[in-house]
Design a protein. Sequence first.
Length: 217
Amino acid sequence: MSSVQALATTGRFITLEGVDGAGKTTHLAWLVEYLKSRHVPLCVTREPGGTPLGEALRELLLHEAMSIETEALLMFASRQQHLQSCIIPALNAGQWVVCDRFTDASYAYQGGGRGLPVEKLAMLEHWVHSDIQPDLTLLFDVPAEVSFERVRGARSPDRFEQLDLAFFQRVRQAYLDRAVADPLRFRIINANRAIDEIQLELAEVIMSYIQGEAHAS
Ligand SMILES: Nc1ncnc2c1ncn2[C@@H]1O[C@H](COP(=O)(O)OP(=O)(O)OP(=O)(O)O)[C@@H](O)[C@H]1O
Ligand SMILES: [Mg+2]
């Protein structure tokens, strides 16, 4: 039995993180094809969103004015629903869940970017998912100036994308701080390169993750 077939009996939770425009959605599409070609059973999802309620909350979060506290609470409300009705059932069914943003984004955006105390976010995290964390988090790291330009060229800005460069610098730093504090879970990927080059590294990272997991099980 190949290592991937052996692994397919147990789900894994992989998250993609990074500032707006870092390339998460671009690389997620590639990663999904890569894993599919290796017959890994997949559940592909995103935050905020991932459920009908979560997608409705996403619309509010991206477009309605609200306080920082409300923003954080709605992010975790969406997450709770997402975990209960999508992520946990998929993991229990042996699927690999590939999720575009998760709780690290709350620490980076509502914490680092907006300035909400980390203790409050930690309380919410503990309430909503004290017993589950991503197995692997791919952090696409890019200078805020670069991501700013990418997003500005791509579409009309949502509430977050209208924020200033200093906001995205704080978000980037908060992500990096979390990655440095948890090196076993995070892989920092330099996303300020050509997409092909990044994908070569991504393939190596995923292959070595799969092999490492196979040895551990
Ligand atoms: N390495 C790269 N070099 C040049 N352009 C890139 C690179 N990565 C992504 N892009 C482009 O930047 C834009 C934003 O990319 P993408 O939507 O994947 O980012 P994202 O991290 O998902 O952003 P968001 O958080 O806003 O959803 C797209 O137009 C994409 O084609
Ligand atoms: Mg995206």
